[in-house]
Design a binder for this molecule. Structure first.
Ligand code: FAD
Length: 262
């Protein structure tokens, strides 16, 4: 991960295997994969921006059974010793929705072109593929505050929308989400007092620049703030810098994470 102050909380569950049972393009830059499997019955559901290591298959011979149960330093070192021909590629993703009664979990993948592994794999709509998930907990820790401020680009859309879904209904504040196309905006079930500002990137814009500009233009916050900033690394760190230096938000009240690097 790029710059971040989020703490990982490992679960006891270990590697959860599941199969892709639905795959569809939901908007110009998003694919939603629905995973299903008996092992999802025991998923530690935390809501908000809960995230996990996603083990993505690269061939039919990819194995998930020899991964370590926790993806801490030891788990990562063990992963590196596995034969490249059968080990999966590991990337980070957010739980978009979890439906325990159906043992189903949705992931929204940004489709960002041909580079990389997870994005192109999801874009191929890999129905029937098996994946592994290793729970990492939540990055956002809601602290009692007068205002909530959430900022992200499209890679953090699942996180911001998940936080809004699970926040107490009487919270107020602002959510800023930058997307490449207005058609990538999604319906949000959040507190009435937290409007979502969908900010659309124009061709040639640096990712995150418009979201940062929008954040700077928000009216003054009148009290204490609980904040979350994620997405392209410079957006996450730039939002934190603005909140600390220009809005006086204590660092301890800001969870930030560079989700990827342009
Ligand atoms: C805690 C956490 C939660 C995350 N949740 C999600 C999520 O729910 N959905 C989601 O889509 N992403 C999410 N991400 C981001 C995702 O992990 C990265 O985008 C990852 O790099 C994608 O892997 P890849 O194999 O497609 O590309 P990589 O192999 O990692 O990168 C290949 C190239 O693609 C570029 N690239 C990578 N991601 C993007 C992007 N989003 N837009 C444009 N260019 C990109 C890189 O700069 C690089 O040049 C999350 C990241 C973290 C840390």
């Amino acid at each position: 991960m790029a710059s971040s102050n989020i703490a990982v909380t490992h679960s006891e569950l270990g590697v959860v295997q599941a199969d892709v049972v639905e795959a569809r393009r939901i908007s110009p830059h998003f694919v939603r994969l629905t995973l299903s499997g008996e092992a999802l019955a025991g998923w530690r559901h935390l809501g908000f921006d809960q995230w996990f290591r996603l083990a993505v298959p690269t061939t039919d011979r990819t194995r998930f059974d020899n991964l370590a149960d926790t993806f801490d330093m030891g788990g990562y070192l063990r992963y590196l010793t596995l034969p490249k021909s059968t080990r999966p590629v590991i990337r980070n993703y957010t739980v978009r929705e979890y439906r325990p009664e159906l043992r189903e979990l949705d992931i929204d993948f940004v489709v960002h072109g041909d580079d990389g592994v997870a994005g192109p794999w999801a874009a191929s709509l890999p129905l029937g593929a098996t994946v592994g998930l290793i729970d990492q907990g939540c990055g956002y820790r809601h602290v009692e505050a007068d205002d909530v401020v959430l900022v992200g680009d499209e890679s953090a859309l699942p996180a911001v929308v998940g936080i809004l879904r699970d926040l107490p209904r009487d919270v107020r504040g602002h959510a800023v989400i930058e997307v490449p196309d207005l058609a990538d905006a999604q319906p949000v079930d959040g507190p009435d007092g937290v409007p979502v500002h969908w900010v659309v990137r124009e061709p040639g814009d640096r990712v995150g620049a418009r979201a940062l500009e929008h954040l700077r233009e928000l009216p003054p916050f009148t009290g204490t703030v609980s904040a979350f900033a994620a997405g392209e690394s410079k957006l996450a760190t730039g939002a934190r810098r603005h909140l600390v230096n220009e809005r006086g938000v204590p660092k301890a009240n800001i969870d930030f994470c560079g989700y990827w690097r342009a």
